[in-house]
Design a protein around this ligand. Structure first.
Ligand code: AMP
Length: 206
């Protein structure tokens, strides 16, 4: 079971990927989270993330390859934030062919740009467990995580200016990636403007 979640910023990839991974009992792999961790000790990557620019296909694909070879991915995984370029879609195919594995489905999440802005500008994340809060899911106590009590922070790339750049970058690359998966019969488009109860239902898995 390999599910790929794609969509622009604040389309709810992280939220849906977390739910789907839990429902299916497989890991959620978010390339943005992997890069934010690398960025802690890498100034060049940190600056690119802050400007809303994409990290090179080679760097991110090498990180991903290492991650999906770990034993907890043996039954599958939910991929969030990759591929972001046509080349990454090709590289993912090459990688999965090499490992004798196949994508089950690609879910494209769609929301209007205005909603993405509203969501991003109210978004906060727990620095301990990673739970994301926002206009749709506010914490019970301001800046405190409901689940673990951790402190909530605003991502440094969640600014209006960076968001415009990230939406632009997504749109530039999306068409060729979506066509690639549509031709393979793997693409499912999901209206992500409402909160999901179950992503398994969206994914028409059951
Ligand atoms: P996200 O958490 O998915 O919104 O990603 C945050 C940032 O990480 C993006 O704006 C990019 O700068 C970078 N990033 C995440 N995934 C990728 C990827 N597959 N390829 C290149 N850059 C990425």
């Amino acid at each position: 079971m390999i599910y790929v979640l794609t969509g622009g910023p604040a389309t709810g990839k992280g939220t849906r990927a977390t739910i789907l991974a839990k429902e299916l009992g497989i890991p959620h792999i978010a390339t943005g989270d992997m890069l934010r961790e690398v960025a802690l000790n890498n100034k060049e990557i940190r600056e690119k993330l802050q400007r809303g620019e994409l990290i090179s296909d080679d760097i991110i694909t090498n990180l991903l390859e290492k991650r999906i070879k770990e034993p907890d991915c043996n039954n599958g995984f939910v991929l969030d934030g990759y591929p972001r370029t046509y080349r990454q879609a090709e590289l993912l195919d090459e990688l999965l062919n090499k490992l004798n594995r196949k994508i089950t489905k690609v879910m494209e999440l769609v929301v209007p740009d205005e909603l993405a802005f509203k969501r991003i500008l109210g978004r906060k994340k727990c620095e301990y467990c990673g739970t994301v809060y926002g206009i749709d899911f506010p914490p019970k106590v301001s800046d405190v995580c409901d689940k673990c009590g951790g402190h909530l922070y605003v991502r440094t790339d969640d600014t209006e200016e960076t968001l415009k750049k990230r939406i632009e970058t997504y749109k530039e690359n999306a068409k060729s990636i979506l066509d690639f998966y549509r031709k393979k019969g793997l693409l499912l488009t999901v209206d992500a403007s409402t909160n999901p109860d179950s992503v398994v239902e969206d994914a028409k898995i059951k």
